[in-house]
Write a protein that binds this ligand. Structure first.
Ligand code: UGA
Length: 431
């Protein structure tokens, strides 16, 4: 099939590349001239394992191309995916102005039947607005349908998540749209759930909010564990063995970050409020997540006493491993709070340092984890990159002024760290 992807950010690029990989002809659009110029030279503006190679392969096979012109995608594609950004407004609501602009542009160029699919994460009832906007702005009376097909990919494993999804959600208003989307996704052999458009929109917000709720829940349990000297890892294991609960997303730490959870929770909450539904549970989930970062800073202070003039080695800056994404990364609030206390920070991250430099003008970045540790008062793990599990701990002990580790992600084996002679402080783990 011929597919147009409008918005070549994270979701758009991965979707476009994966559809091309499945044999479709894909044209990716973005109004960022520099980004499109980069992509045309096979340079990828984000770090995502496997993405660059797949772009190169599919461009060479002439299944994938890039343009800045929406008109080109509308005239060439049977299906158009709206993948533009829906950033948070100051009050937490989703800003849908890009979705509106793109809908108007599609309308202007519509000459024959197209299926227009919202893939960006949007609040419920956006589909109705997209449809209304296209109808109002189209100069010709071409037929079209709107559908919702939320995306569930995770940064760092986006390609695998797209190609091997747990489920594909298709929100449609008629069988013609369903047929087209089934044809597109059929080769993935994943369970397909067909719903109305509004339910599909809610599924995305509800799924992300539920996962975030699990995280805040276990983080509160971790605080109880800290208070009594119990082990949250064991508690999560015990809870997760119940198939009604499940073991995933019960990893206690410094809270969730990234461009999806914080933004989607706020947007869902705001949408609920506008609909007259007070969803206080979500306000608590967000509040716990904010406190969790300060809880970690407090933990560091409780063990190091005065932080002023102390040096900390920070490992990991991105909001999670295997990505260079710094958006809403917990590291931001944690480092800023430590800086306010007068801490000197030396930091290392395998991928995110370039992006982090503009966020933290005062911290010292190092070329490897060990350089961050030299004469530092303690080591602080903020993001659990794999390479931090296999550090040469004897060397770490020699480099640090004191063998103290604050593990914000419960990444390390506590018993082994103790055996190696470290003072180890995780989240919700007995000392
Ligand atoms: C999330 C969802 O997992 C995807 O299904 C969804 O498609 C995506 O948002 C989106 O809406 O686009 P992502 O933001 O890439 O994906 O990251 P996750 O792997 O879900 O992690 C989110 C945050 O939660 C990270 O900061 C992670 O460190 C934290 N987390 C995750 C925990 O603190 N504990 C856990 O047990 C799991």
């Amino acid at each position: 099939m011929k597919i147009g992807i409008i918005g070549s950010g994270y979701v758009g690029l991965v979707t476009g590349v994966c559809f091309a990989h499945l044999g479709h002809r894909v044209i990716c659009v973005d109004n960022d001239v520099k980004k499109i110029a980069m992509l045309k030279k096979n340079h990828v503006p984000i770090y995502e394992p496997g993405l660059e190679e797949m772009i190169r392969e599919n461009v060479a096979a002439k299944r994938l191309s890039f343009t800045t012109r929406i008109s080109q995608a509308v005239s060439q594609s049977e299906v158009l995916f709206i993948c533009v950004n829906t950033p948070p407004k100051e009050n937490g609501e989703a800003d849908l102005s890009f979705v509106e602009t793109v809908s108007k542009e599609i309308a202007l160029h519509l000459k024959e039947y197209r299926l227009i699919v919202e893939k960006s994460t949007v609040p419920v009832q956006t589909g109705e607005w997209v449809e209304k906007t296209i109808r109002n702005y189209q100069p010709r009376r071409a037929l079209f349908d709107v559908a919702s097909n939320p995306e569930f990919l995770r940064e760092g494993s986006a390609i695998q998540d797209f190609l091997k999804p747990d489920r594909v959600i298709i929100g449609v208003s008629n069988s013609k749209s369903e047929k087209i989307l089934r044809k597109l996704y059929g080769p993935l052999k994943a369970p397909i759930l067909v719903t109305d458009i509004k339910s599909a929109e809610i599924i995305k917000h509800a799924a992300n909010s539920f996962l975030a709720t699990k995280i805040s829940f276990i983080n509160m349990v971790a605080r109880i564990c800290d208070a009594v000297g119990a082990d949250v890892e064991k508690v999560a294991q015990g809870m997760g063995l119940d198939p009604r609960i499940g073991p995933s997303f019960l990893k206690a730490g410094i809270g969730f970050g990234g461009f999806c959870f914080p933004k989607d929770l706020s947007a869902f909450l705001k949408r609920a409020e506008k609909l007259g539904v007070g969803f206080e549970l979500l306000s608590s989930v967000l509040a716990i997540n904010e406190q969790q970062k300060q809880y970690f800073v407090q933990k560091i202070e409780n063990h190091l006493w005065n932080l002023n003039h102390k040096t900390l080695a920070i490992l990991g800056l991105s909001f999670k491993p295997d990505t260079d994404d710094m958006r809403f990364a917990p590291s931001i609030d944690i480092i800023k709070a430590l800086e306010r206390e007068g801490v000197h920070i030396r930091a290392y991250d395998p991928q995110a340092m370039k992006k982090a430099k503009s966020i933290f003008p005062k911290i010292e970045f190092t070329a490897n984890p060990y350089a961050a540790m030299k004469n530092a008062d303690a080591l602080v793990i903020v993001t659990e990159w794999d390479e931090f599990s296999n550090l040469d701990w004897k060397k770490v002990k020699r480099l640090l002024k004191h063998p103290i580790v604050f593990d914000g992600r419960n990444q390390l084996n506590q018993a082994e760290m103790k055996k190696l002679g470290f003072q180890y402080h995780g989240i919700g783990r007995p000392r």
